[in-house]
Ligand binder design. Structure first.
Ligand code: GDP
Ligand code: MG
Ligand code: ZN
Length: 286
């Protein structure tokens, strides 16, 4: 084997990058702790978790090396900061705390900014008797959601089946069970999970960094620190692409008279407007 070796950044630590080699080294080792070559910094490039990199100067005994090059990103998510994402799992609890539709919608729209597949995951299904109502409502938003509970192996298996074996990330507010879900999917992980605290029924922030974990069936999954109000793009040109309700109509051949139709009230706009989130869309188009 000849350097540089292809690898992916699994985690960022103060001055180091933890990377995983695509192919194991001579002693079977795949994880290396790396410094950054100075030329990376000179290019003004900030390495992100999920980045594909070239690794050189390998010390197989100590498990150390250096990252010397960075490949162009397929896509990136701002919050959490993650590159080359295949699937964004937006986790919301069915109860404790109950779903706030506006917050769920905002998380989904924010997740769509990467251009990756977005899967709503409704957690703590064990706490409610009616999950179907929300699953049906999300079909109207353009999504095939999953209802799961960490106590229900069938639900976890259904989620594992949906994972593409690429890079997936758990997003959502704190306290919805993201870390619990990662622990259930990667049993040897003992991530700290916080008890839902006090009247607010919110968990404490216990996940501090973005980090990719190997899933038993293949693929990588990142847990992320919870945050409660994700950002949305200010540019109205980008907003329509964040709504599956619009994308699906355009893919099905709906015609608008203007090339750059804003799908508001333009005469000749073929978009059907009878969908639940249409008023939110209009508001975002400001
Ligand atoms: N009833 C129920 N509680 C859960 C489930 N998953 C997580 N929790 C609880 O929800 C709280 C927050 O969990 P945690 O995984 O730390 O959430 P995170 O902040 O999204 O990572 C903890 O008290 C968990 O015990 C679940 O499937 N069912
Ligand atoms: Mg957590
Ligand atoms: Zn239109």
């Amino acid at each position: 084997m000849l350097e540089p070796f292809a690898a992916q950044v699994m985690a960022l630590e103060a001055n180091y990058l933890r990377v995983r080699l695509d192919h194991p080294g001579p002693d079977g080792r795949r994880l290396l702790l790396c410094t950054r070559r100075a030329r990376l910094a000179h290019g003004g490039l900030k390495v992100m978790v999920g980045d594909r990199v070239g690794v050189e100067g390998c010390d197989w005994v100590e498990g150390r090396a250096a990252v010397g090059s960075l490949e162009p990103r397929r896509n990136q998510l701002q919050r959490p900061a993650l590159a080359n994402v295949d699937q964004v799992l937006v986790v919301m609890a069915l109860a404790q705390p109950a779903i706030d539709p506006e917050s769920l919608s905002r998380f989904l729209l924010s997740a769509e900014t990467a251009g990756a597949e977005v899967i709503p995951v409704l957690s703590k299904a064990d706490l409610v008797s009616d999950q179907q109502q929300w699953l049906d409502r999300l079909v109207g938003w353009g999504y095939q959601a999953l209802a799961i509970s960490r106590h229900d192996p069938a639900g976890l298996a259904a989620l594992e089946d949906r994972l593409s074996r690429g890079v997936a990330v758990l997003c959502g507010p704190s306290g919805v069970g993201k870390s619990s879900l990662l622990n259930a999917l990667v049993p040897e992980l003992q991530l700290r999970t916080a008890a839902v605290s006090g009247k607010l029924q919110r968990g404490r922030h216990t996940t501090r960094h973005v980090e990719l974990h190997d899933l038993p069936a293949g693929g990588l999954l990142a847990d992320t620190p919870g945050f409660n109000r994700p950002e949305l793009p200010a540019d109205p040109e980008l907003v329509a692409q964040l709504f599956p309700e619009i994308r699906q109509q355009l893919e099905a051949g709906v015609r608008c008279r203007f090339r750059n139709c804003r799908h508001l009230q333009e005469p000749g706009c073929g978009l059907q407007r009878q969908w639940e989130r249409y008023p939110s869309y209009v508001e975002l188009m400001g």
